[in-house]
Design a protein around this ligand. Structure first.
Ligand SMILES: [Zn+2]
Length: 127
């Protein structure tokens, strides 16, 4: 994954995180409003190189999923942002292989590759 892709994922994660935080905590303080404005201003300066990433529909679909899953997903987004800093973003936590870009576009905060995710779900289902 190149730097532009990573920058695009970072923008989406930050943007979605801001909106989700607003939903999870109904209270909005000045700091949050300010960072939201900064994020919005920043977004317009960054060209998106992935067809769907950053579009209203794309973010809306993500938001619907996130609101349904609440705080747990917020933590996943924080973890994904930390991984962007650590340069481990897009690497499966179990097998260390790269998570496909298509999967990351669907779930930018995915922690596992598709194979490991399916194994986890199988194991969870078996319990
Ligand atoms: Zn894996």
């Amino acid at each position: 994954m190149n730097a532009k892709d990573l920058a695009s994922f970072r923008k989406v994660l930050l943007s979605v995180r801001e909106k989700l935080a607003g939903n999870v905590n109904s209270m909005e303080d000045e700091a949050l409003k300010k960072s939201r404005q900064d994020a919005a201003g920043d977004l317009s300066n960054v060209p998106f190189h992935m067809a769907d990433l950053g579009t209203d529909n794309y973010e809306r679909d993500l938001m619907i999923h996130l609101i349904q899953n609440g705080e747990e997903e917020l933590k996943s987004i924080d973890a994904a942002l930390e991984k962007l800093e650590d340069k481990t973003f897009g690497i499966c936590e179990i097998c260390d292989k790269k998570i496909t870009k298509a999967r990351l576009m669907a779930r930018p905060y995915a922690k596992l590759c598709l194979g490991c995710q399916q194994m986890e779900e199988l194991e969870a289902g078996a319990q």
